[in-house]
Design a protein around this ligand. Structure first.
Ligand SMILES: [Mg+2]
Length: 430
């Protein structure tokens, strides 16, 4: 059994924690570079504001709607994410952090898991102020779908039975009830079915998630791909997806891992984080993106009786990039800032945030290193790694020491760093 814990409208929800006056209003968070919506409150969604819509268009189309736009504050989101993740980890052993606001948790064999999910959801809300949805199912694909049901039932009354709102455990349903839920769900909502495959399936006369669950895996493999076959099997309750197989969320790229054995030394964490940074940068280049910020985190295991420590830091890059060495340098700088000796670390990860299209930035990049074509170097590295296997060429960690202060760069105007800077801490007055 898997659970997916997912923060609702995450960036907007982080902002609302510190500005309660934003509750009930249409609020969006804009990307730093091109001013497009990257997070929307339910009220903004109800106005028809699309993900990725540029602010000037929104203003023009909805001058009277009172939409409030905020600049993305990744330092705040990274820190709130870390708090949410640490509480979510208590749901069950084995947490895979999938993105800044989503983690899968293995909840096999845990009794009364629906009730426990409700308690964890309440705790996250009470301790951090972030509302989230929890979906559970016998596979990750079904857990993800259950999460969609949990959120829809909460947001759009009537879409699904009200008892599924906020926490939905599809694993607890009798087969006929599960079929009814799948039948009420469009196939495009299935994790891993993108627009193109979705259109192909619809051309075959398929409509709902139930139609997909009833496909024959062998035929799917022959006619489409092994990737879609995995999705179909997962819909049938047969686990076969591990996170490596899943295309990253477009908003951010994450590379995170639980360690085989606890790690105590900084030098070992540097190695792990260097590797995660390299993989994340490779994914970033594959989607022709640049990142503006790098988040790095380290956690101990909440399921050991050892001393607990869990920190993350968001490091702005001087200029958006997909360059492995710059991204790794930022990640290692961040790691050194948050590392504390005397703990047994169980998990670490790197996330790339503030993503944008590489094409937007190209003209400016050459200013940095006039002598070196970094883009060419990076594609050469990617090419060698495809040919000789992952990690054939990577950065020597020794070369990454040094200019660690690159990461503490100036921030442009945005909301305060409420949770990570003493001078920004909100003061409550009686
Ligand atoms: Mg979310």
């Amino acid at each position: 059994m898997f659970a997916l814990v997912d923060g609702n409208n995450f960036y907007v929800s982080c902002e609302r924690v510190f500005r309660p006056s934003l509750q009930g209003r249409p609020v969006i968070v804009l990307s730093n570079n091109d001013g497009c919506a990257i997070s929307r409150s339910n009220e903004a969604k109800a106005l028809g504001i699309a993900m990725g819509a540029p602010w000037f268009q929104i203003q023009r189309a909805l001058p009277e709607a009172g939409v409030l736009a905020l600049r993305a504050n990744f330092t705040l989101y990274g820190d709130m994410s870390n708090r949410m993740m640490s509480i979510a980890a208590g749901l069950g052993p084995g947490q895979e952090i999938y993105s800044i606001d989503e983690s899968f948790i293995d909840v096999s064999g845990i009794r009364d898991i629906t009730r426990r999910g409700q308690a964890v959801r309440e705790r996250i809300l009470q301790w951090t102020g972030i509302p989230c949805g929890i979906g559970m199912g016998s596979t990750k694909t079904l857990a993800k779908l259950a999460n969609h049901v949990a959120k829809s039932a909460d947001r759009k009354p009537g879409s699904y039975p009200v008892e599924f709102a906020r926490v939905c455990n599809l694993g607890a349903l009798p087969a006929a009830d599960l079929d009814a839920v799948l039948e009420a769900t469009e196939l495009g909502e299935i994790w891993g079915i993108g627009r193109r495959i979705g259109a192909q399936l619809q051309a075959e006369g398929l409509r709902t998630a139930l139609d997909v669950a009833r496909m024959d895996p062998a035929t799917v493999r022959r006619r489409w791909s092994i990737v879609l076959e995995r999705t179909v099997r997962e819909m049938q309750g047969q686990p076969c997806i591990d996170l490596e197989h899943v295309a990253p969320a477009k908003k951010e790229i994450a590379c995170t891992r639980s360690f085989g054995q606890p790690i105590t030394k900084l030098v070992d964490l540097v190695e792990a984080v260097t590797e995660f940074a390299g993989r994340a940068a490779e994914k970033l280049r594959k989607q022709q993106g640049h990142a503006g910020q790098v988040l790095v985190f380290i956690h101990t295991s909440p399921f050991r009786s050892d001393k607990q420590y869990s920190r993350s830091i968001t490091v702005p890059l001087r200029r958006p990039t997909a360059d492995t060495s710059l991204i790794a340098q930022a990640a290692i700088g961040g790691l050194k800032a948050i590392f504390q000796g005397g703990f047994k670390f169980a998990k670490a990860g790197v996330m790339l945030l503030d993503l944008q299209d590489a094409a937007v930035e190209q003209g400016e990049l050459a200013l940095d290193d006039p002598g070196v074509d970094r883009g060419q170097l990076m594609s050469a590295i990617d090419g060698l790694n495809v040919r000789y296997g992952r990690g054939a060429v990577k950065l020597a960690s020794a070369g990454l020491e040094g200019d660690a202060r690159r990461w503490s760069m100036k921030q442009s105007l945005r909301t305060p760093e409420y949770t990570t800077r003493w001078t920004d801490m909100p003061v409550a007055r009686a």
